[in-house]
Design a protein around this ligand. Structure first.
Ligand code: UGA
Length: 431
């Protein structure tokens, strides 16, 4: 049955949630506090790049509205989905001020049936919000935790065909309402208590990050022992108990979720009196992985001072414009600190207007970026990089070092193109 839904927050999660709920037939109002964003959305422009999202928004225009006004969004809504961001505070804990601002904005919404939190929050948040609602005379408004598992770049697909829908609630009616709102989505519903639902999200991201850090440590070991990490992980991942996903070695994980959520879980554990040792190592391995790439380049070039290095790909992963916690930022800053000149290329990155990016030059093609460079580093696995005429690229460079931080290219082919080719967890090949 079509429901009236309000979504608070028009970021990656809120927009995808709002658009996909409208696609299921619900009437949706999305509220955000940034006037330019709401104006753009009302003018039919989607302010972020997410494959398929513009199409879903366009085809549901009749069921989807955008507003700055919290009261207008909440008026008439049966359920409010909270999709605001929870960035890290100075202490690494999650900053819940935006979540609380939404909860407070709803204190007159006596007609609401359920408040549903999709934002990633530390375990215990729901219990506190429940107590606040009870005290504010909103004891009849249900509360549910409904964490989101979509990945950027495939969020619409993930939302409509999830591995699971997790619903944590204090009462059956709220859980049933949230489950009903998801009807039409092809995925199993897992119902549980609120603290468990909150913990599922943090644990899933931490375990995925652990798999990647593990693969990166194996890669570093392979470099020292002569094994090939691609072959090792393909065979290891063929064990159905381990699974083939998130075992790709590279320059480490970035983005808006893994870095923030792994630190949030670490701090949640520490605040609870339990030091999560394994997670500390997972984070440390990730920090070192990008620095290690710069050190390898430095060793190969005999120092970085006065050298020109081209960075190919800057976003935290391919098929997104998102630069949050991208390994490229640390790599560019380290190269500049070592005295190198940095040229870069990315087809989509929205570069922040701050250091290190204001000290680099951006070029339109990979070929332009590598021109005159002593070395190039592939930082993001953009498919375009497979199509670069590498022999020609080598000829425009003043040096021959290519570090492939994502194992995109073939070592033998790169040696044949004239490169000293370094990759992650595989033997270096030379011309
Ligand atoms: C991640 C999770 O995959 C989603 O399930 C979750 O909902 C989301 O965080 C969130 O919490 O909102 P996302 O950050 O969009 O999604 O990106 P991923 O595709 O998971 O990639 C994360 C990072 O890991 C990227 O930097 C990627 O390059 C890196 N990665 C991924 C590897 O280095 N190796 C791999 O094998 C996989």
């Amino acid at each position: 049955m079509p429901r009236k839904i309000a979504v608070f927050g028009a970021g990656y999660i809120g927009l995808v949630t709002g658009a996909c709920f409208a696609d299921l037939g619900h009437q949706v109002v999305v509220r955000d506090i940034v006037p330019e964003k709401v104006a753009a959305l009302n003018a039919g422009e989607v302010p972020i790049y997410e494959p398929g999202l513009s199409e879903v928004i366009a085809r549901n225009a009749e069921r989807l509205r955008f507003t700055l006004d919290a009261d207008e969004a909440a008026a008439g809504a049966e359920a409010v989905f909270v999709c605001v961001d929870t960035p890290p505070t100075a202490s690494g804990d999650a900053d819940l001020s935006r979540v609380w601002a939404v909860v407070e904005a709803l204190k007159n919404a006596v007609h609401l049936k359920a408040l549903v939190v999709k934002s990633t929050v530390p375990t215990g948040t729901g219990v506190k919000i429940r107590a606040y609602l009870d005290e504010a005379g909103l004891g009849h408004v249900g509360y549910a935790s409904n964490p989101e598992f979509t990945a950027e770049g495939r969020a619409v697909e993930d939302f409509l065909r999830p591995d699971r829908i997790v619903i944590g609630a204090f009462d059956d009616a709220s859980a049933a309402l949230v489950a009903e709102i998801h009807e039409g989505i092809d995925g199993p519903v897992l119902r549980m208590d609120v603290p468990s639902a909150e913990t599922v999200k943090l644990t899933a991201n931490a375990l995925l990050a652990t798999k990647i850090s593990f693969a990166n440590e194996v890669a570093n070991l392979c470099e020292a022992t002569g094994a090939d990490v691609e072959r090792v992980m393909a065979a290891v991942g063929a064990d159905h108990r381990l699974g083939a996903h998130f075992l790709k070695a590279g320059l480490g994980w970035g983005g808006s979720c893994f870095p923030k959520d792994s630190v949030a879980l670490k701090q949640l554990a520490a605040n609870s009196g339990y030091p999560f040792q394994l997670l500390n190592a997972v984070i440390e391995v990730n920090d070192l992985q990008r620095r290690r790439a710069v050190n390898r380049l430095k060793e190969e070039l005999g120092g970085l001072s006065g050298k020109t290095v081209a960075l190919l790909g800057l976003t935290f992963k391919a098929r997104t414009d998102d630069m949050r916690e991208a390994p490229s930022t640390v790599i560019a800053a380290r190269l500049l600190a070592e005295g190198a000149t940095v040229r870069c290329w990315d087809p989509m990155a929205r570069l922040p207007r701050q250091e290190p990016w204001m000290l680099t030059t951006r070029h339109d093609t990979p070929l332009d970026a590598v021109t005159g460079a002593e070395a190039a580093m592939i930082v993001t696995e953009w498919p375009e990089l497979r199509e670069v005429p590498w022999e020609k690229a080598r000829a425009t460079m003043t040096g021959s070092v290519l570090l492939d931080g994502r194992n995109v290219l073939d070592p033998e082919a790169m040696a044949a193109a004239g490169f000293t080719y370094l990759s992650v967890g595989r033997a270096t090949t030379r011309p």
